[in-house]
Write a protein that binds this ligand. Sequence first.
Ligand code: NAP
Length: 260
Amino acid sequence: MASLKRFEGKVAVVTASTQGIGFSIAERLGLEGASVVISSRRQKNVDEAAEALRKKGIEVLGLVCHVLNAEQRKNLIEKTVEKYGKIDVLVSNAAVNPSVSTILETKESVLDKLWEINVKAAILLLKDAAPHLKKGGSIVLISSIAGYQPDSGLAMYGVTKTALLGLTKALAAEMAPEIRVNCVAPGFVPTHFSDFLTSNESIVSASQANNKNGLLERTLLKRLGTTNDMAAATAFLASDDASYVTGETIIVSGGMQSRL
Ligand code: NAP
C-alpha cells in the first residue's frame, strides 16, 4: 500500500482519527514515514488506535481532542509542537450529521452544532496551528460528495460540506505561497458514520437512492469507497507530489455525479 516514503521527517496532525477515514489517513501518512498525531473524543479510542499504529511501526502521539473544545484543540497543537517541534501536514477530518430532518425542520441547536463542528472548529484549529505550520506545509480538509449533492437526509450536513469547498479556496489564497490548502470530497464509504444510510428507514424511504444498493448504482465503478481510497487521495494532496496544487478539491467517489 505505501511503498512510497513521501513524509519522512514530517509531522502530520489528523483530527477525528481513531477510526474510519481519519484513522486510515493517519496510517497512510505514518507508513509513508510521518510522525502522526491522532486524536478523538475518547481516551480509550485514542489509546487503542495509537497502539494499532505503533504495531505497524508508526511513530505516533495520541491525544484526546473533541474539536469543539477550545482547550483540547490548543493542547493538541501545543503537545504536538512540544514533542515534534513543528507541523507539516494538518488534516481536518471531524464532522457530524446529527439529524436526518429536512433543512427547514432542523432545530436551531442542530444547525448550530453542524456549523460549529463541521466548519467553525476546523477554522479555529487552523488558527491555533497556523503559527507552527512549516513553509511548504499542507492542509487537507475532508468534505463530502454531499457538498455537491446535498440529498435528503444529508441536506444540511451537505451544505456545511459545501462551505468547506469555499473555505479551501479562501484559505488557499490567504495562506499562499507558504502553505497549500486542498480538500478531499469522499463518496460513500462504509464506516460507523455512514451506517445510518443503510439502517435508517426514514432515509431509505425519503430517498431510495441513498440505501446501499442505490448508492452503488450511483457510482460508475459499481463499488463503495474504502477508507484507504480516501487516505491515498489525502496523502497525494498533502505530499510534495501535489506541490503545484492548491485551493482544489478531489472528489473520490467512484464517479458519482458531482460536477463537470
Ligand atoms: P467514523 O468512521 O464514524 O469516525 C469518526 C471519528 O471521528 C472517530 O475516530 C471518532 O472518535 C471521531 N470523532 C467524532 N466526533 C468527534 C469530535 N467532535 N471531535 C473529535 N473527534 C471526533 O467517520 P468517517 O466516516 O471516517 O468520517 C470522517 C470524515 O469523512 C467526516 O468528515 C465525514 O463527514 C467525511 N465523510 C464520510 C463519508 C462516509 O461515507 N463515511 C462520506 C463523505 C465524507 P470518538 O468517538 O472517540 O470521538
